[in-house]
Design a protein around this ligand. Structure first.
Ligand code: PLP
Length: 338
C-alpha cells in the first residue's frame, strides 16, 4: 500500500506498485495496451530475449510538482531512443504514440505511488522491450512484448550530493566502437557489471571506461555519461560511437548554455583529465554524481574539494531538479503533463 511508504527514506530498488502495462506485437502489428497486476508472467523458454539478448530498456521519471500536478521528464526522447535501440538489435519498437500512452497510463494508474512534492523522491518508470518468439536458430523474433513498470525511488545516493572517487577500468571493455554501446541494450549492463564490481571492491564507487580500440579517449562511466568543466568555464563531454546518448547530459548541456558556458562535444584524451576543475557523471537515476578524483594507472587526477561538489555542478543539479519539480519555468519544454 502506497500509504505505508516512507517517502523520505526510499532507496533505488524494486518495489511492487499497483499495476503495470503491456502491449504485444504479433502478426506485424501492435495489440492494445493492457493493465496487469501480477508481476510474474509466463514467457516461452526459447524466447530470443533469454538466449540471444533481444532485450532493450529505458529509464525516466515522473515528479509531483510544486503546483500539485504530475510531470514526466522528456518521455518522447526515451521513445525515440528505444526505437533506435530496437533498430540496432533487429527488434520491433512501439512508436512514439504507443510509448507515451503506455508511460502515461502506468503513471496515472499508480498516482498514489508518485512521491509527494518536497520529499526529494520521484517515480521511476522502466519501459522495456523483449523478443518473445521461440527461436533456437539465430533469427530475430517475430513477436515482442513491450512492458512499462514503475516504482517510487529516493535520491540515488542516500548520503546526499557528495563527490565520489572513480577509477579508469582498463581490465575490461564495455562497448566496441561499432558495437551496441550507443543503444540501451540490456546486455551492455551485464558486460559492465564485473568491471564495476571489481572497481567497487577496490574502493571506487564508479568506473570510467576508455574507448575500447585504443584505451586513449574517454567514453563514459559504467552507467552514466562523463562531463568535465574547464577553468575557462567550458562544458566538455565526449563524442564517441560507443557511448549512450544520455538525455540528462543533453539537458545539462542546454542548461550550461543558458548559464553562459561554452559546450564542446569532442574526443577527450584521458590525459586531458588534468585540465578539468569539476567532473560529473550524469544519468536519470542519480541526475548528477559529482566526481572528486579519477585514478588512472599510477596517477590520480583530482577535481576541487573532496567533501563538497563544485559550484558549477551544484548549480546544474539545482537547476535541473527545480525544472523537474516545477519550481522553475520549464523554458525548454521538457515536461509532459500527465
Ligand atoms: C541509460 C544510460 C545513461 C544515462 O542516460 P539518461 O538518458 O540520462 O538516463 C548513461 N550511460 C549508459 C551506459 C546508460 O545505459
Amino acid at each position: 500500500m502506497a500509504q505505508n511508504v516512507d517517502w523520505k527514506n526510499l532507496g533505488f530498488k524494486y518495489m511492487q506498485t499497483d499495476s503495470f502495462v503491456r502491449a504485444d506485437y504479433s502478426n506485424g502489428i501492435w495489440g492494445k495496451l493492457n493493465i496487469y497486476k501480477d508481476p510474474v508472467m509466463p514467457f516461452h523458454i526459447a524466447a530470443t530475449a533469454f538466449h540471444y539478448g533481444q532485450a532493450a530498456f529505458e529509464g525516466l521519471k515522473a515528479f509531483s510538482r510544486k503546483d500539485g500536478t504530475i510531470g514526466i521528464f522528456r518521455p518522447l526522447d526515451n521513445a525515440r531512443r528505444m526505437i533506435n535501440t530496437a533498430q540496432r538489435l533487429v527488434m520491433q519498437a512501439p512508436n512514439e504514440e504507443l510509448f507515451l500512452e503506455a508511460v502515461k497510463t502506468v503513471v496515472s494508474n499508480n498516482r498514489e505511488w508518485v512521491p509527494p512534492y518536497g520529499t526529494g523522491a520521484s517515480l521511476y518508470i522502466r519501459p522495456f522491450l523483449i523478443g518473445t518468439s521461440p527461436h533456437v536458430g539465430i533469427s530475430p523474433s517475430e513477436e515482442y512484448a513491450f512492458i512499462v513498470l514503475c516504482m517510487p525511488v529516493g535520491p540515488y545516493y542516500k548520503n546526499g550530493f557528495y563527490p565520489v572517487k572513480a577509477m579508469v577500468q582498463e581490465k575490461y571493455d564495455r562497448a566496441a566502437p561499432q558495437g551496441v554501446g550507443n543503444v540501451k541494450a540490456a546486455g551492455n549492463y551485464a558486460a559492465g557489471m564485473l568491471g564495476d564490481i571489481e572497481g567497487k571492491n577496490e574502493g571506487y564507487p564508479i568506473c570510467l571506461y576508455l574507448d575500447s580500440a585504443q584505451h586513449h579517449y574517454i567514453d563514459e562511466f559504467g552507467t552514466s555519461n562523463f562531463f568535465g568543466i574547464t577553468k575557462d568555464n567550458v562544458y566538455v563531454t565526449p563524442q564517441s560511437s560507443s557511448i549512450l546518448p544520455s538525455i540528462t547530459n543533453k539537458s545539462i548541456q542546454d542548461i550550461a548554455r543558458d548559464f553562459g558556458l561554452k559546450v564542446e562535444n569532442r574526443l577527450i584524451s584521458v590525459d586531458e583529465l588534468e585540465n578539468f576543475v569539476e567532473v560529473g557523471a550524469c544519468g536519470t537515476a542519480a541526475v548528477i554524481t559529482p566526481v572528486y578524483s579519477i585514478k588512472y594507472r599510477d596517477r590520480t587526477f583530482t577535481f576541487g574539494n573532496e567533501h563538497e561538489a563544485g559550484a558549477t555542478v551544484k548549480r546544474f543539479f539545482k537547476e535541473i531538479q527545480s525544472i523537474q519539480y516545477g519550481e522553475t519555468e520549464d523554458r525548454h519544454g521538457w515536461i509532459v503533463n500527465l
